[in-house]
Design a protein around this ligand. Structure first.
Ligand SMILES: NC(=O)c1ccc[n+]([C@@H]2O[C@H](COP(=O)([O-])OP(=O)(O)OC[C@H]3O[C@@H](n4cnc5c(N)ncnc54)[C@H](OP(=O)(O)O)[C@@H]3O)[C@@H](O)[C@H]2O)c1
Length: 320
């Protein structure tokens, strides 16, 4: 039984394919394959743009991936096979940053299993969180569980999730950094209404990373977070670049604009991601997908040009 998302996607695909077929092709006489070359998926190629993490200068490819929702599946082969391929394409493209959390259902378990199978752990920049815990002991116990579930002995980034028990949890993350179990520490949130509090915490606590929502329809980070991150030397990870998928509904009957070609893009997803990584303060964006073809699409945003001011305005207007 297809999920609602799969049903909408397959219906849209059928409608698009039907629109591409010349009228004559519908008759029984004309059975030639239609526009097969144009509709075939083109693989990722090229080298992903990289950005430096200000606190060390270490470079990270700008396209990463999230795991909320997308990796929250069971042990079923039918559920795991597409995710195995999502990870395989990600690693093959040279992308590294993966964001997860102990509170994303089964995501850490699934990611841990697939990473162990892939043998790619050493190439990746793994980010997880101290999430919904209070006090040092709870945080420490949760981190131990995260390492067990992720099948690793350290993570590259440990973030305090949604400003909960921030000072205690960040102090714990720093302690773990000193022990070599964590490379960078960070703070995260996902709504604009929390950005003022996040900015205050950035000033006071000076983490290595901040993770925040940013998209053509949620641009508060441009004013509240990016300038501060630049001044304080804090790396920025962007979440919800597709507004959890809602941006696609806003453009579903609109063709990708002609000017997309100027930056080497051929999908709305690539434009939304190029929007997210256009500010130089953004270090990496973590779009979430459960589908291999969408993973390839997302990775393509990390090569070619980024958006200039007028292209950014045109994209914002297209969503109006
Ligand atoms: N407080 C926090 O720290 C916080 C909060 C929110 C999110 N995050 C992190 O940020 C990540 C991303 O945010 P998000 O999961 O809220 O959502 P998102 O990345 O804005 O959107 C995900 C949605 O976009 C769809 N999608 C992905 N690529 C696509 C493509 N190329 N074409 C069409 N549809 C596409 C996905 O569906 P398909 O699966 O069908 O591709 C999914 O429905 C999370 O996974 C998590 O790691 C952190």
């Amino acid at each position: 039984m297809p999920t609602r998302r799969e049903f909408i996607a397959s219906t849209a695909l059928t409608a698009t394919a039907a629109a591409l077929i010349p009228l004559g092709a519908c008759s029984q006489e004309n059975t030639a394959p239609v526009a097969a070359a144009d509709t075939a998926e083109k693989p990722f190629s090229g080298k992903l743009i990289e950005r430096a993490i200000p606190s060390t200068g270490e470079r990270v490819p700008v396209i990463g991936m999230g795991t909320s929702g997308s990796f929250e599946v069971g042990a079923d082969t039918a559920e795991r096979d597409p995710l195995r391929e999502v990870l395989k394409r990600f690693v093959a493209a040279g992308a590294t940053a993966i964001d997860t959390a102990p509170t994303y259902g089964t995501a850490e378990d699934v990611l841990g299993d697939l990473l162990a199978e892939s043998g790619a752990r050493g190439k990746l920049f793994l980010a997880t969180k101290l999430s919904g815990v209070t006090g040092r002991d709870e945080g420490l116990a949760q981190f131990g569980e995260s390492l067990r579930r992720l099948k690793t002995d350290k993570v590259e980034l440990l973030q305090v999730h949604n400003l909960r028990d921030t000072e205690t949890q960040l102090a714990l993350a720093r302690e773990l950094k000193q022990q070599g179990k964590v490379k960078y520490v960070g703070l995260t949130h996902y709504v604009e209404s929390a950005q003022q509090d996040l900015a205050e915490a950035m000033r006071k606590l000076k983490p290595d990373f901040v993770q925040i929502n940013y998209s053509p329809v949620s641009r508060g980070a441009e004013r509240r977070i990016f300038p501060l991150a630049k001044d304080l030397g804090i790396a920025v990870m962007v979440n919800r670049a597709f507004e959890d998928g809602r941006l696609f509904a806003q453009v579903k009957s609109k063709p990708v604009p002609d000017w997309a070609k100027e930056v080497g893009a051929d999908s709305w997803a690539q434009l939304f991601l190029k929007f997210a990584i256009s500010p130089p303060e953004v270090t990496v964006v973590v779009p979430a997908t459960s589908k291999p073809k969408n993973q390839t699409d997302n990775l393509k945003a990390g090569v070619g040009g980024l958006l200039d001011g007028s292209q950014r305005s045109a994209l914002i207007a297209a969503l109006g």
